[in-house]
Design a protein around this ligand. Sequence first.
Ligand code: SF4
Length: 104
Amino acid sequence: MKGQCFSRRRFLKSAAKGAAIAPFIPLVQVASAQDLPQLGESEPTAVALGYKHDATQTAAPESRTCANCMLYSGVPDAAWGPCQIFPGKVVAAAGWCSAWAARP
Ligand code: SF4
């Protein structure tokens, strides 16, 4: 019984620590994304995939932008964010490339 109480106390302490730092995790992600350089439209991989900062300048259907692509991990309302296709760079939320994939 004493062991269970100790175990529960440890769990509650760990949960409290997690809850305490959780609000700061998105800030860390924003800060690191802001530090990344923007993908250039003329970079070879961007050209190969037809990437543009402005999706309206592409043949993409109107509703498809980086902001609603499964491979995009920018925070909501951010103008730029990371994309799995272009590691180490950020892409425009309003952009698009031919690797666009629907979110499940
Ligand atoms: Fe944008 Fe998706 Fe292409 Fe990345 S893969 S550049 S998020 S459309």
